[in-house]
Design a protein around this ligand. Structure first.
Ligand SMILES: C[S@@+](CC[C@H](N)C(=O)[O-])C[C@H]1O[C@@H](n2cnc3c(N)ncnc32)[C@H](O)[C@@H]1O
Length: 174
């Protein structure tokens, strides 16, 4: 079956394995296809403390030199950060095929990223969220807006037994 939609995540120079582990877990939960990251900070602190479901064994986590050069075919690159001029998430319509790019824990996405992104979006919070929290919010919003963008959730709707199995796996992994 051809996938109508596709979501990938790009992390610009992430620092903590806890955050990357939590991002992988969110990616697994929301049916993201792959996660890319740049920089070397994550490589030096690699253990996956929070990815208790070992999503990284099923879902590609790929280190790359430059996020711009690996935009998956047909995906719209979307920068996600609290940046002036960004569009607020509540009124945002997600592209069917999206590549969401997030900044590091200790910085903000720079022009070299926002320039090649088609859009920049932000969540109207008081101050910034934790990186992994921001990823969860964006992916939940994509799901909640009801354009059937999450295949994973579609699968669970069609097969209630699959949802039950996932729940059991979660309990075992905790
Ligand atoms: C912890 S925040 C960045 C920290 C902060 N910019 C600093 O100077 O230390 C890490 C990333 O999470 C995302 N993020 C956090 N809060 C956000 C929000 N309210 N809207 C959009 N993205 C957010 C962005 O991608 C950001 O670069």
């Amino acid at each position: 079956m051809t996938k109508r939609s596709y979501a990938c995540i790009g992390l610009q120079n992430p620092k903590s394995p806890e955050n990357v582990g939590s991002v992988m877990r969110a990616a697994g939960c929301y049916g993201v296809n792959s996660v890319f990251y740049t920089g070397t900070r994550y490589d030096t602190a690699k253990p996956f403390y929070t990815d208790t479901q070992k999503i990284y064994e099923e879902l590609p986590l790929i280190g790359v030199d430059d996020l711009k050069t690996i935009i998956p075919v047909g995906c719209v690159p979307v920068a996600v950060d609290l940046i002036e001029g960004a569009k607020p998430l509540p009124s945002y319509k997600h592209p069917a095929r999206a590549f969401y790019i997030f900044g590091p824990e200790d910085g903000t996405l720079k022009k070299d990223i926002t320039d090649f992104c088609s859009e920049t979006i932000y969540v109207p919070t008081e101050g910034c969220m934790n990186l992994a929290a921001a990823v969860n919010v964006i992916l939940y919003d994509r799901l909640a807006k009801g354009d059937n963008f999450s295949h994973h959730q579609d699968e669970l709707r069609v097969k209630p037994s699959a949802a039950k199995k996932k729940e059991e796996e979660c309990r075992e992994a905790e």
